[in-house]
Design a protein around this ligand. Structure first.
Ligand code: PMP
Length: 386
């Protein structure tokens, strides 16, 4: 067993070696610019991009002409929210989102608030889930967008997306979904789930970092997204800049592998996650799972009372790589806004760790990690009691 064991797949996943193998020629011999129309290098790059676009689209049940490549989910989220708001200045100025969203959504909403939008940040229950009823109650005649995530990055909790999407559709409101943690892990389908605009990212599904996608439904209500980045008119004018061909090829391969293997991966990982959880709950008094009802199969967010999470992770860093929550807001050093929205106090949130398993974790690694964590918590708590 190689140490430390990586258990932070929600932060980012290792690139699958099959993805890397497909990408490599596009750094060297297939070096063309996908927008070069006058030679075979350009044609080859262009064809590779379109095949990848097809694979990425298929992963979420979309048509490839509705997929735009971006630099990641953060850019996709920014393009979506700012674009939808610009397109709707005459229709209304109200957005419904939730307190547990990723910072890319919350900070884009804060920016829009500074520019005249009104934003409702929905509360969640202590299960971390946004209720359809709370969305219905927040609706105003000025609401032009509902922006809610598919699955939460810190807890893995899954929102009732299909129902919320149906509600948005019924009221002619644009439904934007940040599906970054769900795409490639569980079945996501833009039509079944009634989603109008969807953001996701390659590096959460065993693809490379620095490439993401935005799905935009044609003819959906209030959708006329304007670009954040202007230039050569790439990606139907919505995202200018020379395409990251190796990244896109890798994203396509990663999406195709996830489509074929995600069920197998989750069927293998869920019992390992459950076993780990059961052992913690049974053997560490007071251990508490944060968000347990509807959840991604590979994620466990758990609090160990009287255990400082930062110290625990640091003391285990020789053996395990886990996290306190979102890597994207780790520089703020504040207690998790997600756990606080679920009703945890600052102190309780300071006891929580996130374990996110993935394709390359073995059963042996998970059992080892369970044992090491259990011992470290017990040791720290004994020290605390002394
Ligand atoms: N949304 C969610 C739910 C995420 O987990 C992340 C990544 N932590 C992002 C958006 C941002 O993705 P990217 O790193 O591709 O910009």
């Amino acid at each position: 067993m190689n140490l430390p064991i990586y258990l932070d797949y929600n932060a980012t996943t290792p690139c699958d070696p099959r993805v890397v193998a497909d990408m490599l020629p596009y750094f060297t011999e297939h070096c063309g610019n996908a927008a070069s129309k006058d030679h075979s290098f350009g044609w080859m790059a262009g064809d590779a991009v379109e095949s990848a676009r097809e694979e990425v689209a298929q992963l979420v049940g979309a048509s490839s002409r509705n997929i735009i490549f971006t630099s990641g989910a953060t850019e996709a989220v920014n393009t979506a929210l700012k674009g939808i708001a610009t397109a709707n200045v005459r229709k209304g100025n109200h957005i419904i989102t939730a307190k547990t969203e990723h910072r890319s959504v919350l900070d884009s909403c804060a920016y829009l608030e500074e520019n005249g939008c009104r934003v409702t940040y929905l509360d969640v229950g202590n299960d971390g889930i946004v209720s359809v009823e709370s969305v219905e109650n927040a609706l105003t005649p000025d609401t032009f967008c509902i922006a809610l995530m598919y699955a939460n990055n810190e807890t893995g909790v899954i929102n009732p997306i299909q129902e919320i999407g149906a509600f948005a559709k019924e009221h002619g409101i644009c439904f934007f979904c940040d599906a970054t943690q769900a795409a490639g892990k569980i079945a996501v389908d833009v039509n079944r789930d009634n989603m109008d605009v969807v953001a996701f990212s390659a590096h959460k599904m065993y693809g490379p970092k620095g490439i993401g996608a935005l799905y935009i439904r044609e003819g959906a209500p209030g959708i006329n997204i304007s670009p954040l980045i202007h230039g050569g008119g790439h990606e139907r004018g919505l995202r200018s800049g020379t395409l990251n061909v190796p990244g896109i090829v890798g994203f396509g391969k990663a999406a195709s592998l996830c489509r074929q293997e995600m069920l197998r991966d989750s069927t293998r990982l869920q019992p390992l996650r459950d076993l780990m959880e059961e052992k913690f709950l049974n053997e560490i008094p007071g251990a508490l799972v944060n968000g347990r009802k509807d959840r991604l199969p590979h994620v466990l967010n758990i609090s160990f009372p009287d255990t400082d999470n930062e110290q625990l992770l640091l003391s285990l860093s020789k053996y395990l790589a886990m996290s306190r929550g979102s890597a994207c807001s780790s520089n703020t050093q504040k207690p998790s806004h997600v756990l606080k929205a679920m009703g945890l106090t600052d102190e309780q949130a300071g006891h929580a760790i996130r374990i996110s398993l993935g394709r390359f974790n073995t059963a042996e690694e998970v059992l080892f990690a369970t044992d090491v964590i259990k011992k470290a918590v017990q040791k720290k708590r004994t020290a605390f009691a002394e």
